[in-house]
Design a protein around this ligand. Structure first.
Ligand SMILES: [Zn+2]
Length: 292
């Protein structure tokens, strides 16, 4: 599976090579033209690779400046989810890296331009999907998954979990688990309770359905702005919430406009977007970097 860490560094290295080639060419002594009257002929040398894609151009296409590149994934994943005991609930991963983790919920809006945007920008996201909301177009989210973005559990029908008993909570989580595994090939390992509302039965039900972590959030993206737990502040390792929403829910703004505004706010604060799976070790997995 394609993963994102290090892409910025690789592109930067590619850009340096291209710059080096150009500099060497410019330094060569000019040959006298064979026929001073002939129009100059420019030929690309055989075997010359096409120029590396310019990340700044990809970002400019969406009206953005590139975000800082994410640092290399930690050698020891800082959040280790236990195999037993209550399923941990978290909204921040302990790290000093200036990174945040972007999560996108529900699945109502299925804007093809958003697939194009993530393909261009290679910003990693984690999707928390609700079966009732995505069932009219499961394939849309396969395209985002194919870019390396994991699909996680957000219940069958988006209830307030504490309003249900243990069996009802289990039906919601295990049901979504089965549908997502059938449609996307892998069973989710993370769960997000609708509205961020949960109780100890949610932890029990999540464990019974094979979930290892319950993910809340520190900041929540609205239409043009974010709501912060701390005033206007991102903290290293924060989980940021956004939604698959379109003009009907965003007062006429599109999903890609909302997401561009989110990235601007993250970039303005000097943060990079990292993959949650690079910082979270699941039970039975080594805590070292995920192989690429
Ligand atoms: Zn939701």
């Amino acid at each position: 599976m394609l993963r994102f860490g290090g892409w910025g560094a690789r592109l930067a290295a590619g850009a340096l090579v291209v710059a080096g080639v150009l500099a060497a060419g410019a330094g060569e002594p000019a040959r006298p033209p064979a026929d001073p009257g002939a129009a100059p002929v420019f030929q690309q040398a055989e075997g010359t690779a096409p120029p590396a894609p310019d990340p700044a151009a990809a970002w400019a296409k969406w009206g953005l400046k590139p975000l800082p590149a994410a640092p290399p994934p930690p050698a020891d994943k800082p959040l280790k989810l236990p195999a037993k005991g209550p399923v941990p609930v978290f909204s921040n991963v302990p790290t000093k890296d200036k990174v945040v983790f972007v999560t996108i919920d529900d699945g109502a809006e299925k804007d093809p331009r958003f697939v194009e945007m993530l393909t261009d920008l290679k910003v990693p996201v984690t999707m928390f999907l609700t079966d009732d909301i995505i069932r009219d177009d499961y394939a849309y989210f396969s395209r985002l998954q194919a870019l390396g973005n994991p699909i996680e559990n957000h219940t069958l029908s988006h209830p307030v979990m504490p309003s249900l008993g243990l069996d009802g909570q289990r039906r919601q989580i295990c049901g979504d688990q089965r549908s997502l595994k059938r449609n996307y090939g892998t069973a989710p390992r993370l769960f997000r309770p609708p509205y961020g509302s949960w109780n100890s039965l949610t932890q029990q039900a999540a464990a019974d359905c094979g979930i290892s972590g319950i993910v809340l959030w520190h900041e929540s993206m609205q239409i043009n702005d974010m709501q912060y737990d701390d005033p206007k502040r991102l903290n290293p390792g924060d989980v940021v919430l956004a939604h698959f929403r379109g003009p009907a829910q965003l007062k006429g703004r599109t999903m890609t406009q909302m997401f561009a505004a989110l990235l601007k706010q993250i970039g303005r604060r000097g943060f990079a977007v990292a993959s949650l799976t690079d910082y979270v070790a699941f039970p039975g997995e080594p805590a070292g970097p995920t192989p690429r």
